[in-house]
Design a protein around this ligand. Structure first.
Ligand SMILES: Cc1cc2nc3c(=O)[nH]c(=O)nc-3n(C[C@H](O)[C@H](O)[C@H](O)COP(=O)(O)OP(=O)(O)OC[C@H]3O[C@@H](n4cnc5c(N)ncnc54)[C@H](O)[C@@H]3O)c2cc1C
Length: 515
């Protein structure tokens, strides 16, 4: 018989924690859900830092900069040989408002409250008012932070609505702010801040941000995929198991870990599990490292997830020529289902979720206005001198399409679209033969996932009971923040990554070290 006094189970566990027992919580078998046992102890820690950041894209960089500025020793693990993730590939749009210097310089009034009203309504079902509030309240500060890092925005505004700004102009409408439904909720203001440079300028945005990470002395390891979180017996995340220089290494995180490893659109199994309709899309917007590894690592450590069924789904009719918005978008039953002037994510989502086989119907007058470049990307399902003939050619229900066109034309001749409130600039009857049916299927929709780990307003990762997983933070597409049923406007994803990445970096650096 043992001479030691009998210990309760709780005391035994505490004793284990004091001895440094750890469990490994990971991407594969969700082993982190199992209790810690001495066999899970790393033999030794190969490296250590105050803060370990997983993934060096927008969110990871923002977290590393803020943690480093707060005095933490930061180690960054990046799976690829180069940094930047989707952030370096992006269009260089950052959704900011509430009265940024650029908005003011170009003559637009905005307030945080105004921006909040729009974003909350636009983000739709599942939006979290507190997270949207944080985004809006941190927006002007994000602008100043970017400018201080060396990012420049030209003091100019480009009219129209853009998902990707084709010029070097600084400010654009990129969401649904001007659309009738949202204009009634909040006075519109353009909030797409476009990093100065030609067209899509993620590659211009990225270098000053990366330089910011280097400036705080963060140690960056490339080709270093994180594989598992290391969790002690009290459930605190205390490190990361990663492959560094081809070897498995345990990296101790004295204060905590920030997961910024992107979304999961490149992981078909996860897409099939969480948002299967998005398998209809043939275009992932992102990189192959968006395989959900960060989300799975967090889940392995006990994290909850949020809004996993939602995604950014983009298909902007106006991208092929603004004139196309004067046409009508119908499905294979010949029904209209959305105002054609909506921001492309509203259209994309409607296609993916309800109308995967669809067509834009235009007449000759509209077709003549579409630029040749836009036409190059379009294919015709049919062309005919009457709507019933066109419907037969495109395999749309002929009677229904004729009804739809007649109903639309009658009201359009008065400049009205009572069904979908399309802006009157685009409301014209379709009456000039021949008519065209342009293929516009869900397969053309580009998507990335917007659900992820559940985080608090402080970017702490939360468990299924709504409590923080100690020592664990997340940001960017690795977490759910603002974008819910809908994507409020181009620039929101980089905005979320930077705003919540910064919050995560400050929060993790302020944690008490566990060793
Ligand atoms: C072509 C294109 C245009 C876009 N345009 C815009 C735009 O203009 N505005 C906008 O707001 N959004 C845009 N987006 C979306 C936006 O770029 C991303 O959603 C956003 O940048 C995501 O930031 P992030 O930090 O979460 O992820 P990322 O920037 O992708 O960074 C994640 C990083 O984590 C690394 N990583 C992954 N797994 C691991 C692991 N296990 N261990 C270590 N490292 C790992 C990846 O290699 C990557 O470097 C665009 C996307 C694309 C592809």
């Amino acid at each position: 018989m043992s001479s030691e006094p009998q210990m309760t189970r709780r005391e035994l566990i505490k004793k284990g924690a004091a001895a440094g027992a750890v469990a490994v919580a990971g991407t594969g078998s969700l082993s982190g859900c199992s209790p810690a046992t001495p066999s899970n102890l790393p033999q030794k820690w190969d490296r250590e830092a105050d803060v370990v950041v997983v993934g060096l894209g927008g969110a990871g960089a923002a977290a590393a900069i803020e943690a480093g500025r707060a005095g933490a020793k930061v180690t960054v693990l990046e799976r690829m040989p180069v940094a930047g993730g989707s952030t370096v590939l992006c269009g260089g749009l950052v959704y900011m408002g509430g009265g940024t210097p650029l908005q003011r310089a170009t003559g637009f009034e905005d307030s945080s409250e105004n921006m909040y009203k729009y974003m909350l309504a636009a983000a739709g079902e599942g939006a979290d008012p507190a997270m949207v509030r944080i985004y809006c309240d941190n927006s002007v500060d994000l602008y100043d932070w970017l400018v201080e890092l060396g990012v420049t925005f030209k003091r100019s505004y480009i009219p129209g609505k853009w998902a990707a700004v084709p010029t070097d102009d600084g400010l654009a409408y990129t969401g649904n702010e001007l659309q009738a439904t949202y204009r009634a909720i909040a006075p519109p203001a353009p909030r797409g801040h476009h990093v100065q440079g030609p067209g899509e300028t993620g590659f211009v945005l990225w270098p000053p941000i990366k330089a910011g990470v280097e400036a705080v002395g963060a140690e960056i390891y490339y080709e270093a995929p994180a594989q598992r979180l290391v969790v002690n017996s009290e459930g605190r995340v205390v490190g990361v198991l990663a492959e560094v220089y081809g070897l498995e290494e345990y990296i101790k995180a004295r204060r905590g870990v920030v997961l910024c490893a992107g979304g999961y659109a490149a992981n078909k199994e996860m897409v099939a599990q969480h948002c299967p309709l998005y398998l209809r899309s043939q275009f992932q917007v992102g990189t192959l490292t968006d395989d959900g590894s960060g989300i799975r690592m967090g889940q392995g450590a006990g994290a909850d997830v949020r809004m996993m069924g939602d995604a950014f789904a983009y298909s902007g009719i106006y991208e092929f020529g603004q004139a196309l918005v004067k046409g009508i978008l119908v499905d294979d039953k010949g029904r209209r289902f959305i105002g054609e002037d909506n921001y492309g994510t509203w259209v994309g989502k409607a296609l993916i979720e309800g109308h995967p086989v669809s067509y834009v119907i235009v007449d000759q007058a509209i077709w003549d206005e579409v630029p040749e470049l836009g036409k190059k990307y379009l294919t015709l399902a049919g062309q005919a001198d009457s709507i019933p003939e066109l419907a037969r050619a495109a395999k749309i229900a002929p009677d229904l399409l004729e009804n739809t066109v007649n109903f639309y034309n009658e009201r359009a001749s008065r400049g009205e679209d009572p069904e979908f409130l399309k802006d009157e600039r685009y409301v014209v009857p379709l009456e000039n033969r021949p008519f065209y049916a342009i293929n516009y299927p869900a397969a053309y929709v580009g998507f990335f996932t917007t659900g992820g780990l559940k985080i608090s307003g402080k970017a702490e990762v939360l468990n299924a009971f709504g409590k923080p997983v100690p020592g664990l933070y997340a940001a960017g597409r690795n977490a759910f923040a603002v974008t819910a049923e809908q994507y409020p406007g181009s620039g929101t994803s980089v905005g979320e990554a930077l705003i919540f990445g910064r919050i995560a970096g400050k929060g993790v650096a302020a944690l008490e070290a566990w060793s």
